[in-house]
Design a protein around this ligand. Structure first.
Ligand SMILES: C[S@@+](CC[C@H](N)C(=O)[O-])C[C@H]1O[C@@H](n2cnc3c(N)ncnc32)[C@H](O)[C@@H]1O
Length: 245
């Protein structure tokens, strides 16, 4: 069967399947109420894709549970991928008590909320451009009763300079263009800030990845390069964990 991901009560396929196959899936999995497919790839500055419902409830909004949080997701008007939940867990496991954390490109709030609920971080700030994602993120704060997350709606280029804060850890989960925002982090880093920088790369490019960082940071140490998904044949979504020295 074509591959699919489950987001809340929605089974979301990578390509169209028949009504009969959709019926079979709903019959076998009582928690699936809607079967849909993505009719294109993630596009535009909000990283969205068109979703077409094949069978079941005509609903593109659902509540998804992962890493001990509940998230209201609009599968068409916001970016969210359950496939990266283990990568989120990898980040959560590194966070130390009392850290101040900045999540750029925070979407529906998945990372800020999972950090708040699963770690002893002191404060978390999230910034997101897409108004629908920001609205859902605010609802998700209430749904999860968090009290140490602050969310801003807007372009990181406009918001970050206004923060006037320094962070222990910065997350940049926008692999398509996070590189264009590396310069921005320089105003909110301090010695030993850890940055989780996402990008797309082929394996043969891994050895040159430090060049991307060298043009922005005088001294840094790459802690780890992690493959955290496939983007295209031979091209991975990767995370470079590095420390500013
Ligand atoms: C790949 S999604 C990641 C969302 C979420 N952090 C997650 O992991 O599911 C990237 C997000 O960055 C947002 N974004 C893109 N450019 C931005 C900018 N200049 N300022 C703030 N947010 C931006 C998009 O709207 C999108 O929600």
């Amino acid at each position: 069967m074509t591959s699919y991901e489950i987001i809340g009560s929605i089974a979301l396929f990578n390509k169209k399947i028949s009504k009969k196959e959709a019926q079979e899936l709903i019959r076998k999995n009582k928690h699936i109420k809607t079967v849909a497919y993505k009719s294109d790839i993630h596009k535009g500055k909000y990283r969205l894709k068109k979703v077409i419902i094949i069978l079941g409830d005509k609903n593109k909004i659902t509540i998804h549970k992962e890493n001990k949080v509940q998230l209201k997701v609009d599968i068409e008007k916001t970016y969210f991928s359950p496939r990266t939940s283990s990568e989120r867990l990898r980040i959560l496991n590194q966070i130390k008590p009392r850290e101040d954390i900045l999540v750029l490109f925070s979407g529906i709030g998945v990372l800020p909320i999972e950090i708040a609920k699963n770690t002893r971080a002191k404060s978390i700030i999230g910034i997101e451009l897409n108004p629908t994602a920001h609205k859902l993120a605010q609802e998700n704060l209430i749904l999860n009763k968090t009290n140490n997350v602050t969310l801003y709606r807007g372009d990181v280029r406009r918001i970050v300079p206004k923060l006037k804060l320094k962070f222990d850890r910065i997350l940049m989960p926008l692999p398509k263009s996070a590189e264009d925002f590396l310069d921005l982090t320089k105003i909110v880093i301090k010695k030993n800030t850890i940055i989780h920088f996402y990008t797309f790369a082929q394996e043969k490019e891994f050895k040159d990845l430090s060049k991307k960082l060298k043009s922005h940071f005088k001294k840094f140490k790459i802690l780890k390069i992690v493959k955290c998904g496939n983007y295209a044949p031979f091209t991975y979504r990767i995370c470079i964990d590095f420390k500013v020295l």
